[in-house]
Design a protein around this ligand. Structure first.
Ligand code: SAM
Length: 290
């Protein structure tokens, strides 16, 4: 089977199988070799690696993953793509094609089965409608992962990599940066896909930390504080935390904790670093909540 990564070969396969794109599944297939090369290089895959690909589509990237990795597990929700993948990947014997919804799959069990529970590398051109649930699901469920190299909407990649103070900095930046070191490796225009998406895209590599970069007593409280701080973006941190439905601190307790942190009383959440959020969380943990 010829490589699919160009418009002619992609169209030929789509026509052969009379395939119709399903908008609800975020189907935008990659047709640019240059971008594919960048993804494969950034993912840094070798024969000892087991790769989890989310949404293989017609198998464009999967062909290259199979050639570089020891083993590949590809999870595709659209049953109409399974016969296509069986043909486009027929010559590879290190692939398992799984017809499932990635959000419903027990990925830890899959990693156990495919790689004896050792960390896998996730590589994907993600369906944009579920980017955040997929990535946060992988981190929060503590699936053994070495790195995640994915194509996402450019705006989302910018938010994942943002530093405190900027307009892109928010709950997603902090959540991702608690688990991994982000690095945007390429910006990708719409004409690299078929059909073209309406937004610009970026490839981002997230290198999983063995230990989070900050120590915190209560992870759940940390994330509740982060969410509350960015829920009402133009409010002060003190108001955000006092008004949060799932936190039960008085205004005095919140103001006292912010004072103890050593920052100004009217600071906004977007100015705090991950370390400061962790410190604030530990200070509030010691306060009695009502
Ligand atoms: N990897 C292919 C490529 O680069 O050409 C396709 C990428 S396309 C942006 C996203 C793929 O994810 C589609 O094949 C789509 O059917 C699949 N997909 C969408 N939702 C999914 C889900 N919940 N679980 C698994 N796959 C999904």
């Amino acid at each position: 089977m010829a490589y699919l990564i160009n418009p002619q070969n992609t169209i030929a396969v789509l026509q052969k199988f009379n395939f119709h794109f399903q908008k609800k599944y975020g189907q935008n297939f990659l047709i640019d070799l240059h971008v594919l090369d960048k993804i494969i290089r950034a993912a840094d895959i070798g024969p000892d690696d087991c790769v989890l690909e989310i949404g293989p589509g017609i198998g464009t990237m999967t062909q290259y993953l199979c050639e570089h990795a020891g083993r590949v597990a590809a999870v595709e929700i659209d049953k109409n793509l399974i016969p296509v993948l069986q043909e486009t990947l027929a010559e590879y014997h290190n692939i398992e094609i799984i017809n499932e919804d990635i959000l419903k799959l027990d990925i830890t069990a899959l990693v156990q089965r495919e790689n004896g529970g050792r960390p896998v590398k996730v590589v994907a051109n993600l369906p944009y409608y579920i980017t955040t649930p997929i990535i946060m699901g992988l981190f929060e469920s503590h699936v053994p992962i070495d790195s995640i190299t994915v194509m996402v909407q450019k705006e989302v990649a910018d938010r994942m990599q943002a530093a405190p103070g900027g307009k892109d900095y928010g709950a997603l930046s902090l959540a991702v940066q608690y688990y991994a070191k982000p690095q945007i490796v390429a910006n990708v225009p719409p004409n690299c896909f078929m059909p073209r998406p309406t937004v610009a895209s970026s490839v981002i590599r997230l290198e999983r930390y063995e230990q989070p970069p900050v120590a915190v007593e209560d992870e759940k409280l940390l994330f509740a504080i982060i969410r509350a701080s960015f829920n009402q973006r133009r409010k002060t941190l003190a108001n955000g935390l006092t008004n949060a439905a799932d936190l039960h601190y008085t205004k005095e307790q919140v103001q006292g904790a912010i004072g103890e942190l050593g920052v100004s009383a009217d600071i906004r959440g977007e100015k705090l670093s991950l370390l400061q959020f962790a410190q604030l969380s530990d200070i509030l943990k010691g306060r009695v909540s009502e």
